[in-house]
Ligand binder design. Structure first.
Ligand SMILES: Cc1cc2nc3c(=O)[nH]c(=O)nc-3n(C[C@H](O)[C@H](O)[C@H](O)COP(=O)(O)O)c2cc1C
Length: 167
């Protein structure tokens, strides 16, 4: 795909520096991709897509090992992590790691894996998928939600953190 005809984009480093100052929720996106098996990765490019049609948008780098399984799966889970789940965030951001024996990583028969104790775990059915540049963009319709009222894990200033209320 050709890049759009626009003025030259900023340098990657400048973009990353700017984005490092923008906090993001940390999620683990998981799927059971048929013959490919279970897969999951840590993601911050995850956000609500529509509230009136409850749905989430997820961006998956083609360079991840997980992307083929996520692409192949009809259903996936988005597990927004709690502040005490930093170790799981690090594990699922590690390529080639043995991810599915870790405590809190749950498997369900006929459904996608999920993370126990997450801030919010949402099951999604794939509604839209398209490749743009080096990423797969997914929109999933949310068919189930499981919530735990606790503090979130966030990604800020190139590190994991948890927010503090003000005022
Ligand atoms: C805080 C954080 C956020 C990340 N967000 C994304 C993301 O939104 N999309 C993505 O494809 N990779 C993201 N990554 C990178 C993947 O987690 C990483 O490439 C991981 O190794 C992929 O695992 P896999 O290759 O086993 O699938 C993120 C990593 C971290 C630490």
């Amino acid at each position: 795909m050709n890049p759009p005809d626009i003025d030259k984009t900023v340098e990657e480093a400048a973009f990353k520096d700017a984005m490092s100052q923008v906090p993001a929720a940390v999620a683990i996106v998981m799927a059971e991709g048929g013959e490919i098996g279970a897969a999951g990765f840590t993601a911050s490019s995850v956000c609500p897509f529509s509230a009136s049609v409850p749905s989430l948008l997820v961006c998956v780098d083609h360079g991840t090992q997980s992307h083929r399984a996520i692409r192949a799966a009809e259903r996936f889970t988005v597990n927004f992590l709690a502040e005490d789940q930093r170790d799981l965030a690090v594990l699922f951001a590690t390529r080639g790691a043995d991810k599915f024996d870790a405590p809190g990583v749950m498997r369900s028969v006929g459904g996608p894996p999920w993370i126990e104790g997450a801030l919010a775990s949402m099951t999604c059915v794939r509604h839209f998928a398209s490749d743009v540049e080096d990423h797969l963009i997914l929109v999933g319709l949310v068919t189930a939600v499981r919530c735990k009222g606790t503090n979130p894990l966030i990604w800020f200033d190139r590190d994991f953190a948890s927010p503090v209320r003000v005022g």
